[in-house]
Ligand binder design. Structure first.
Ligand code: PEP
Ligand code: MG
Length: 889
């Protein structure tokens, strides 16, 4: 059978299905599905994503059979509509839209009203009885087509439109007459010829193929490329093209167009929510140029009449449709509709993008409503998305100077310096500055700046404007449609209604949950972790197998992590404790001591401080497992750097500045990451580790003896590459630990284990397991040493590698499953061969990154350990791992 490139939908029948997203794109698959379940969808057809892939493979040529199939399907649409494409009497007009597998809002091209020329417009006048509407559609078509397909600068024709309004002494497009618009069409076409040196095409077929080519072409435009990169969408997927019979929301006051969500995408509230415009065409709502009216009374603030009031019958019908859609898809839907002369048409439905807060509420509510199972509920919330709600929100008690209020488009709080362009936002973020991007409105061209900014503020546009939709998708705080401010790009300032003038570089704070804009920086408070979040996390814990611990070095971090659900500490880095306050002086004394006696003297000053830290941490963790790593970094990191520091230390140590300088020089290393660090320090300066083991065990024994705790400390030796290193250090640790235990006269168990963070350790893990009761994979160092990439220097070129797709991700963020991951897998297998009950965990940064957590589950680790704020993310990812495994995915 010949290859099928085109799928028809119309009149209750569709060749495609909702499950065919890969082939038909999200929009095409859902148009087919909506048609098949009997919803009012204008007929049309979808050209598959395969055609797009072929198009790029074959030097922008289409498959041979495509033209024939498009013609056949156009004939089916014509038959259903009783109109003919290009017919001067009863012309069929179509829209041509993109639609990829994953939704990419506003990133690609669209052409509406296609099929119009000087002859067919007469037919439209006859059918509609409305010359003004007909010529308005025609002039919109010429504007859109010349811009999108022919590459003409959109401002040129916009300028002619403005001029015409000026000539006629009117302010609004709607005040121009049919004759004015007819004249404009002529002026537009002449201008196109003048600027581009070619005629505007009058042949509808030429228009159609031009538009199809432009939509496929837009798959590779810069903004689509950026969006794909940010959202990990492979370029091979391609987009589909949907050609659909036009319906008009701009034929008079009984016409409208709108977008809506079956539930509130910002809060998750179970309330039909949306916006519409009377007498407007498709893109007017999302473009943010006119402020739309609410769909229903409950969703508005009463300042504008809602659709529920103005068009009650259509509203009732739309209400029924949205209920049908949500039941059918069992998920919150984002829908687009048009009302033509009082008749409702559905143009699109898709799973709606939502904030983390909304995702959680919707998942929990839908489980309670019996629409989805608990497991589905858990899978509905993206682990990475949780990051949005784990961070602080504005302190409600803090004083704040509110200077303006807009729409609460995407929740969260953000403070930063004001910038007025996306490029500036990106530049500033590169320098490490926090910025708020302020625009009159955003367009898809601004996406890189929105990504770089902490928050986004726009003067125009509604809850479904570009800025709002994109910000919600990114989890960025956004205040949209803030009519209280006047933005002046020229002077790089905005003025708030009350008179405050904010210039570039001034700090403001946004509250995306209330829409408030504040002067200066407003303090924040910790997020609320109960309610729906708590319910969801209970289900998460029910379904996950993998344990989740935290990397924490202080009692405070330990406490935060426990609130986030950590089940112990997987990595307590003791070197951080060495830097604090006056400790650094004692540490420097220890490092620079001339002999062992001097070193011991200095260490005895550090011992009580270390012990105090461990007491605090053990207390916070209330008997949960705590893995403490002995000192790891190269000694020179602790050394004095400035002349003043050296002088001060020389005095304390009672040595000359010159002697000290010599010693500092001596300790200098060319490659500290591969130098005198980790267990190599323990081997050469055993008294350091001895002191640490003593501090750990004294703290544990004290709490067990005096405060009734049950503690099993896990002592971890870093950077082992050879089992003998571990054998020696384990011997020392046991000696010190047992000595402390017998001194306290009690029984305390402890474990001694190691980090696997060098390839040789993974390769010889069977031997190493003889000496280790647990392994913790240090995938930061393991990535560094497997790739031969310096952790400290890779930032200079790794982004380039990722951009060029030489590497799929930064391997320091998401574990490299094919390389580093294989070493981890091998390490586990070999470790278990020697010691079947060995405890296995991971404590590199990867322990909090969802794809890496899923990998850790799949290779059978016992737990992951990550920074406190990522603990809930890891818990959710661990639950996803089990559930995806059950689903065979
Ligand atoms: C690691 O190497 O993965 C690790 C956790 O240790 P650090 O980051 O302290 O080197
Ligand atoms: Mg390490």
């Amino acid at each position: 059978m010949a290859e099928k490139y085109v799928y028809f939908f119309g009149d209750g029948k569709a060749e495609g299905k909702g499950g065919m997203k890969n082939l038909l794109g999200g929009k095409g698959a859902n148009l087919a599905e909506m048609t098949a379940i009997g919803l009012p969808v204008p007929p049309g057809f979808t050209i598959t994503t395969e055609v797009c892939t072929e198009f790029y493979k074959n030097n922008r040529r289409y498959p041979a059979l495509l033209q024939e199939q498009v013609e056949e399907n156009m004939a089916r649409v014509e038959k259903l509509m009783g109109k003919t494409f290009g017919d001067p009497k009863k012309p069929l007009l179509v829209s041509v839209r993109s639609g990829a597998r994953a939704s990419m809002p506003g990133m690609m091209d669209t052409v509406l009203n296609l099929g119009l020329n000087d002859e067919t417009v007469q037919g439209v006048i006859e059918l509609s009885g409305d010359p003004r509407f007909s010529y308005d559609s025609y002039r919109r078509f010429v504007q859109m087509y010349s811009n999108v397909v022919m590459g003409m600068d959109g401002d040129v024709l916009e300028h002619l439109l403005e001029q015409m309004k000026e000539d006629r002494g009117v302010k609004l497009d709607t005040q121009l007459s049919a004759d004015d618009l007819k004249k404009l069409v002529g002026l537009f076409k002449n201008k196109v010829k003048e600027e581009l040196g070619k005629e505007f095409p009058d042949d509808p077929n030429e228009q159609l193929w031009g538009a199809i080519g432009a939509v496929f072409g837009s798959w590779m435009n810069p903004r689509a490329n950026t969006y794909r990169k940010l959202n990990n969408i492979p370029s091979e997927w391609g987009t589909a093209v949907n050609v659909q019979s036009m319906v008009f929301g701009n034929m008079g006051d009984d016409c409208a167009t709108g977008v809506a969500f079956t539930r509130n995408p910002s809060t998750g509230e179970h309330l039909f929510f949306g916006e519409f415009l009377v007498n407007a065409q498709g893109e007017d709502v999302v473009a943010g140029t006119r402020t739309p009216q609410p769909i229903n009374k409950a969703g508005g603030d009463g300042s504008l009449p809602s659709m529920e009031e103005v068009m009650p019958q259509c509203y009732d019908q739309l209400m029924q449709v949205q209920v049908t859609l949500e039941k059918h898809y069992r998920d919150m839907q984002d829908i687009e509709f048009t009302i033509e002369k009082g008749k409702l048409y559905m143009l699109q439905t898709r799973s709606g993008k939502r904030t983390a807060r909304a995702a959680i509420k919707i998942a929990v509510d839908m489980v309670k409503e019996g629409l989805i199972s608990e497991k589905e509920g858990v899978l509905r919330v993206g682990p990475e998305q949780l990051d949005q709600i784990l961070h602080p929100t504005l302190d409600p008690k803090a004083p704040k100077e509110v200077i303006a209020k807009g729409l609460p488009a995407s929740p969260g709080a953000a403070s930063g310096e004001v910038v007025f362009s996306a490029d500036e936002a990106e530049e500033a973020a590169k320098l490490g500055l926090k910025v708020i991007l302020v625009r009159i409105e955003t367009s898809p061209e601004d996406i890189h700046g929105m990504h770089a900014a902490q928050g986004i503020l726009t003067a125009r546009g509604g809850m479904t404007s570009h800025a709002a939709v994109v910000a919600r998708g990114m989890g960025k705080c956004c205040v949209a449609g803030c009519g209280d401010i006047k933005v002046d790009y020229r002077t790089q300032q905005f003025t708030a209604r009350g008179g405050s003038v904010i210039s570039k570089g001034d700090i403001i704070t946004l509250d995306g949950s209330t829409g408030e804009v504040m002067k200066g920086q407003v303090p924040t408070v910790q997020p609320e972790l109960t309610g729906d979040f708590g319910t969801l996390m209970k289900w998460v814990d029910k379904y996950r197998r993998l344990g989740v611990r935290t990397n924490a070095d202080t009692p405070h971090d330990s406490k935060v992590a426990r609130q986030f659900g950590a089940e112990g500490i997987g990595l307590c880095r003791t070197e951080h404790m060495f830097f604090e306050g006056e400790r650094i002086m004692a540490v420097r004394e220890m490092i620079l001591a001339e002999d062992i006696e001097g070193r011991k003297r200095a260490l005895s000053k550090i011992l009580p401080m270390q012990k105090g830290d461990f007491l605090g941490i053990f207390r916070e963790m209330k008997g949960l497992p705590v893995t403490i790593r002995l000192l790891d970094p190269p000694l020179h990191e602790f050394l004095p750097h400035t002349e003043a520091e050296i002088e001060e230390l020389a005095k304390v140590m009672n040595v000359s500045v010159a002697t000290l300088k010599n010693k500092v020089e001596f300790l200098h290393e060319f490659n500290p990451m591969l130098g005198h660090r980790g267990c190599r320090l323990g081997i050469t300066f055993p008294e350091i580790y001895d002191m640490q083991v003593q501090a750990i065990m004294e703290a544990a024994c004290e709490l067990v003896k005096d405060e009734g705790y049950e503690i099993i400390p896990e002592i971890m030796i870093p950077l082992v590459s050879e089992v003998k290193e571990l054998a020696i250090l384990r011997g020392h640790a046991i000696r010190v630990a047992d000595e402390v235990i017998s001194r306290y006269g009690i029984k305390v168990k402890y474990l001694i284990g190691t980090m696997i963070e060098l390839p040789r350790a993974a390769l010889t893990a069977d031997a190493i397991a003889r000496e280790a009761e647990f392994f913790s994979f240090g995938t930061n160092d393991l990535t560094q040493t497997t790739y031969g990439l310096s952790r400290d220097d890779a930032g200079k070129f790794l982004p380039f590698y990722v951009e060029r797709e030489i590497l799929p991700n930064d391997p320091f963020v998401a574990i490299d499953q094919e390389g580093v991951g294989q070493l981890v897998k091998m390490g586990c297998e070999k470790g278990r061969q020697t010691r079947p009950d060995i405890k296995l965990g991971i404590c590199g940064e990867h322990g909090g990154e969802p794809s890496s957590v899923i990998f850790c589950h799949n290779i059978g680790l016992d737990y992951v350990s990550c920074s406190p704020f990522r603990v809930p993310i890891a818990r959710l990812a661990a639950a996803h791992a089990t559930l995806l495994e059950e689903l065979g995915r």
